[in-house]
Structures are given as C-alpha cells and as structure tokens.
Design a protein around this ligand. Sequence first.
Ligand code: ZN
Ligand code: ZN
Ligand code: ZN
Ligand code: ZN
Length: 476
Amino acid sequence: MAHLFQVDRVRLLCSCGVLKPITAIYFCRHCLKLRCGNCVSHEVDTLFCPNCLENMPSTEARLKKNRCANCFDCPSCCHTLSTRATSIQAPSPEDPSKTVARKVYYLACTSCRWTSRDVGLKDQTVATGGWAEQDNEHYKELQTLLEHYRSLAQREKLEKERKRFSHRKSSYFSMTDKYSLPSLIGRKSLSPLSPYSPKGDGSQTSELTPSEAVEEVEGLPADIFTEEVNLSSITSMEQRMASPEWQPEKSSDLYPLHKHILVKRSLRCRHCEHNLSKPEYNPSSVKFKIQLGAFYHVPEVRMVQQADLKWGVETSVQISLCNPTPHDMTLAFLPFVPEAHIAAQQKGEELGEGGSLNTSSLVRVVDIPVEKTDLTPTADVALPQGQLILTARDDTAEYDDQDANSSFNDDPQVVAWRRANKVGVNLLVTPQSGAKRAIVGFVLRYEYTNTVATATESRTVTLNIPVMVDVGPVSE
Ligand SMILES: [Zn+2]
Ligand SMILES: [Zn+2]
Ligand SMILES: [Zn+2]
Ligand SMILES: [Zn+2]
C-alpha cells in the first residue's frame, strides 16, 4: 500500500467492533452510539427504474422479475439502449402504387453501436413498448421448480412453527397441535404441501422428477476443430450470462435486455428502531428525509502532514480535528486499550449482537457475523493532556479575517493552529520496531449536545469514540 486515501487512514471503531471510515458510519442520536452498515437493518423503501425513474410497487416488481418493462440494456455492452426514430418509404394505405414516408423506431446503443436491426428485430411504429418478448423453452420446467421450492419453503416454515410449539408444550399437546395446524396457520398455506401433511394426503404431489446425471453428453459439432473461429460472431461470457435464460452463443442471437430496477434503502438502528437514513420517496430526488451520518455528529479527525517515521524514534505528527455540530465542544484524548475493545467485540458476538434486540416488530433482522478487525496499534503515542475547546461550526467564519486564537488558552506544544471550527494537534508517535506502518489508537472523548428532545436525558452527554489512525509508512 503505497498510498492511502484520507478516509482509509482514520477509522472509527463502530459499536459492533468494526473499524470504518467516518463516511461509512452513522450515529444513532437515540442510543448515542456509532452504527455501520453491518449493524443496522436495511429496508427497501422504493423500487424504481434507473432510466425512466418510474416507481414500482414491490408486488409488481416481483411479477416483472425486478426489471423495467419499457427500458432496455444493450445485450452487447450493457449500456442503456436508446430509441431511435427514422423514416422509411412504405406503400400508402389509400393507394398501394404510391409510397409515403413513415416514422419507425428501433433501439440503438450509443456506446457500442449495436442496434435491434442487427439481430433482425422488426422496427416498431410506436416509440415505447411493442417489443416482442423472447419465449423461454424451459419456462414450464422453471415454473414447476419454483412451485416445488415454494412448497418446500412452506413446509420448513411449518416445521419450525410446530417445533417451537412442541418445545413449550407436552407431547400430547404437540400431537393435537400437529393436527390442528391448518386452522392455526391457515388452510391456504398448507395446500401446496399436502404430500407431506400428517394426514398423508398425497393427491397433490408436485410432478417433479429429479434430474439425473448422465454419463454420455452430446458430442461437439464435427466442424468445431476445422472451422476457423470468428470471435466477433461469438458472444463473450458476460454477454451470455447477462441473459441466463437463453445464454446466446452467437452475437446474432443477442436480444435487448430489460433494465434491472434499483432500490432506495432506508437504514434503521437495530436497537432502538429509529431511522438512521431515509431517502426521499421520489426516485428523481437525491435528498434524504433523515441522514444521520457520523460526519454530522462526530468530530472529524484527519492526518495533516506526512512525517518521516523511524523505528523507535519519537516523531511529532499533526492531526486536525473539526467540529461539525453547531455547538461548542470540549474534547480530550484518552489512551486506547485494545484489549477492552476486543473483549467487547467478543461479548457482542456471544450475545449475537442482538441480546437486547426488539424483534417484535416487522423490522427484518439479519445477523451479520462480526468481522475480525485488527485492533493492535503498531506505534505508541503520547497523547496531549487536558482538554481542548472546539468551536461550533459557523458557515460565515471563512469570511472572517479576525484571528480568534488569542481567546483560547492553548498550549503551543499541543495546538499547532486554530481556524474557525478546526484545530491542528501535535501527537508524539513512536513506531514499534519491525512495524511497516505506524498505526496509533486513541479514544476521543467529547461533549456532544444532543438535539433530540427527550425529557429524561440531559442535553449534553460525554461520548467516547475509539479512533485508529494510520500515521504513515515506517523505515528503519
Ligand atoms: Zn457496526
Ligand atoms: Zn424504465
Ligand atoms: Zn452497446
Ligand atoms: Zn439506536
């Protein structure tokens, strides 16, 4: 790693034990904890087509296999296809001996110049829609498979439900439960799994014969070794896999692909169920209704200067701290104890990171195993003692010529400079011998002014955010 971006250099320790840059972390104002993509629940808010920006309800999206009906991707390069209009000479409907100009439409790729005419698709007389769908010869088989797996899933669900019940009750109850299951779960859900039902009613067994492996496979065409290969007429693996149902081998069989629809996600804190990020419903809007990025609530730490680091030599490095909140902040550095965080990490794992989760609501909880992050610093750091004041963010400050430094009683050994809501701080770093990069850790303790109106909590709270900074490469 010759070069690291600023965001990768300074990483915060999320409450779930993963190190993430500040741009990838959220701050729950209700739990007052850092949350990242690993420890929040992700919910689909809106489904929309990225090309025509049309909203789609989830049931419709499922029916359309999560693809837009009107927009197409180029089967050759996956760029969006655009509709082209052209006029052709066609016989007039009134007098067949005369010709009139008629407007027709075809699909063309502006990136690779593929057109729907290349594969012999007839031009359309309307600008949108009208393109014939390809028939899949395996459609019926796929449907039976889907049906079969759906019933298997249902059965599993019922089994689980039954097990849960029998755990609590005596065996007698579990027996009665078994037979009253239809009324419990609903007749509808049981019907596809009649073959497995306790009554042994096999009348609805799905006609599924399992596929069998065969020894003999169809031989290759005879001319495959003699004919010269024309690569431009053969599709690439990506092109084939873009339409898994057909997997065209020849480029003349490429067919426009319906565009995949995208989703807008909202993120929810798994512990208090408050939203951490919620986009605007409208697909054309890039704004958020709620966006609790840590960037707006946690002081930002940056590396300022690259210093020449040597094993065992104490070197002064400069970091900057920036207050993003509209309130003044008191800040202090505390030593980073990796063992404490590793222990917390393991404890969180034992609890399944969700000992206190509220699973009663509809929030989908997916347990993502905690990544093992290396929390061992490779350099010792002498942290500045005492407290620092970080002034509130003021958008007009950059027009201010006045130097306000004098009003702070700063130790010049510690504070290198001050500018509006930013402050430069010197840290003394001693890389351990043998380390390739000097990584230091410290805990940022700061006063956070909570703007969430709660009757019980005080408005200002003290928070500790563990930070790990990659100071730079070390040489002998
Ligand atoms: Zn996390
Ligand atoms: Zn579309
Ligand atoms: Zn293309
Ligand atoms: Zn929360």
